[in-house]
Design a protein around this ligand. Structure first.
Ligand code: HEM
Length: 442
């Protein structure tokens, strides 16, 4: 088990720009791509507002224009950008229609960088991979996320949470009772859980933490992030190589033991890295923003500690309500396709806006409110279809353990600044908040 962590600094404002735009400044700069109308990402230096406004929020709520769009037409053309039609889907049924369509779309963005498959070390992971490669890799990963395998992580998760609550108390005691929960609670918990999941050795976790957190820190610009991406991926590739001869107790070792000859170190490192990038920021944002939401609804916060039956439905509702992943992986139409009565041209990009779809009153009567009595597990916060989040159950396990533990330990927890003054992320695919300063004892 890892040491308590209190120094993860994370800032993810420009995640949109990072994989899609900054990467093109490197070796791939000169490659112009002949796909989907020949979009050349190397020409894109700034995402125009008419394309990026759907990522804006008003604190925890999606941009009000999204609700208007959903009422008017849940499938709307957002913009034609460099010759490519970009569509936005804001309705639940229409979102499922797109995400559940197994044949009409590709999510592989690598050709837009002029590279494909294993040629490109910086972009990849399951999300940007199409069948049959996606099917082959996902089959190796899913057994690691069954309830039975995950149950083995449960004691470690509880211990990590306890340890970080101790750390929260320690830091607050040294700072007049005030502490930033992002640093001691929201980020360290999923980070240490992922270390446990991957089976990283205790002595390597500090190195991985340093490399990993640099990757989410935009203070030094996109170039620094791409360097950090390379460094933390490099760490995982080296770790996979090391575990070939000494398989650890976690996901990496298990895949090596059971399927070692079916997967090379590059693909294995990519899967481990996908779990890291897919699981860290998302779960951390849910813990941070979720706490802000709970503190604004004292009855729900108190219920976390006093009413175990309320925990699972409240967590489902918070996942739906917050939908921290703002858009599913972009789907590129392989051929002309009809969606919600619209003819979508071949090569168009279709973005399913998850927070908008998840507040669609046609499916969710609670709409813009949180109502645990009407909770459903079939919301779109984890996506839908064959790219649906593999880590969904693990994420829920963490949230269902962490919020109640926080509420039990600090029943009088209160924000140290008004919720509207918190530094919410601007224009990031994974929505979140920079810091959550709290007073532990009211
Ligand atoms: C609250 C936490 C989380 C949220 C809200 C979340 C949300 C999502 C969403 C929306 C997708 C894309 C679905 C699509 O485009 O159809 C996704 C994919 C993915 N997630 Fe998560 N996720 C969370 C936690 C995790 C965790 C803990 C892990 C692993 C440790 C993980 C690993 C992945 C992977 C590997 C994919 C790609 C799956 C594929 O393409 O087949 N996620 N997640």
């Amino acid at each position: 088990m890892g040491e308590p962590l209190s120094v993860l600094t994370v800032s993810t404002r420009t995640l949109v720009a990072v994989p899609l735009l900054e990467a093109v400044k490197g070796a791939v700069r000169r490659r112009l791509v002949a796909r989907a109308g020949g979009i050349d990402l190397t020409q894109v230096h700034r995402v125009p507002d008419r394309l990026s406004w759907p990522l804006d929020r008003q604190q925890v709520d999606p941009h009000p224009r999204l609700g208007e769009l959903r009422t008017k037409d849940p499938v709307s053309k957002l913009v034609t950008f460099l010759g490519m039609d970009v569509w936005i889907v804001t309705g639940d049924a229409e979102g499922r229609e797109v995400l559940g369509d197994l044949t009409s779309y590709s999510t592989d963005v690598r050709p837009y960088y002029g590279k494909s498959g294993a040629e490109n070390g910086d972009i990849g992971g399951l999300g940007f991979t199409d069948p049959p490669e996606h099917t082959r890799l996902r089959k190796l990963l899913t057994p690691e996320f069954t309830m039975r395998r995950l149950a083995r992580l449960r004691p470690a998760i509880d211990q990590i949470i306890d340890q970080q609550l101790d750390e929260t108390e320690r830091v607050a005691a040294a700072n007049d009772g005030v502490v930033d929960l992002v640093k001691t609670f929201a980020f360290p918990i999923p980070f240490l859980v992922i270390c446990e999941l991957l089976g990283l050795r205790d002595e390597d976790r500090e190195t991985f933490r340093r490399l990993g957190s640099a990757r989410f820190d935009v203070s030094f610009g996109g170039g620094a992030i791409m360097g950090a991406v390379g460094a933390s991926r490099g760490f995982l590739f080296a770790e996979c190589e090391r575990q070939r001869t000494d398989p650890g107790p976690g996901l990496i070792g298990q895949i090596i033991r059971e399927h070692g000859d079916e997967i090379n170190d590059f693909d294995l490192g990519g899967l481990a890295d996908g779990a890291f990038t897919g699981g860290l920021e998302t779960s951390a944002s849910m813990l941070a923003l979720g706490t802000v939401v709970l503190l604004d609804r004292p009855e729900l916060y108190a219920g976390m500690a006093s009413d175990p039956a309320s925990v699972a439905p409240t967590v489902e509702e918070m996942l739906r309500f917050l939908s921290v992943v703002q858009v599913a992986f972009p789907r590129f139409a392989k051929d002309e396709v009809m969606v919600g009565g619209h003819r979508i041209r071949k090569g168009s990009c279709v973005m399913v806006h998850l927070p908008a779809a998840n507040r669609d009153p046609r499916t969710y009567p609670a709409g813009d409110a949180i109502d645990p009595a009407r909770a459903t597990g079939s919301h779109l916060a984890f996506g839908y279809g064959f790219h649906r989040c593999v880590g969904a159950e693990l994420a829920k396990m963490e949230l269902r353990a962490a919020y109640p533990a926080l509420a039990r330990r600090f029943p009088d927890l209160a924000l140290a600044v008004p919720a509207e003054e918190l530094a919410y992320h601007a224009k990031s695919i994974v929505y979140g908040v920079e810091s959550v300063p709290v007073r532990l004892h009211g």
